[in-house]
Design a protein around this ligand. Structure first.
Ligand code: ZN
Length: 109
């Protein structure tokens, strides 16, 4: 579990510089029933579903972290700018993939 968290912290660091976020952003594993991930905009902490993280590959995990980081940059809404930047970072196919996977796992993105 600790190893996983270190891996996640590395991904956060890398994506933060790509997105252009300078403030510290923490990442924690959390037990969610339905959610894949969430972010606290006030605390600047990303929470990742501890169980589901095991079922996703690295690309998918990167996508989820990028999504939450973009909320820190753009705010709570999935605006056009938000979507465009996510597509630029992670590609469009991945979006479709992960939405399908979320549905299959009965969680929301
Ligand atoms: Zn979102």
């Amino acid at each position: 579990m600790t190893e996983k968290l270190e891996e996640l912290e590395e991904i956060v660091k890398e994506l933060k510089s790509k997105i252009g976020i300078e403030e510290d952003v923490g990442i924690k594993l959390k037990k969610f029933k339905l959610k894949l991930a969430s972010v606290s905009l006030s605390k600047k902490v990303i929470y990742i579903n501890a169980e589901l993280i095991e079922k996703l590959d690295e690309k998918e995990i990167r996508y989820i972290i990028a999504h939450e980081l973009l909320h820190i940059k753009h705010g709570v809404f999935h605006t056009t700018k938000f979507q465009q930047e996510l597509t630029r970072l992670c590609g469009k196919d991945l979006h479709t993939n992960i939405v399908e996977k979320c549905k299959a796992m009965n969680v929301q993105d």
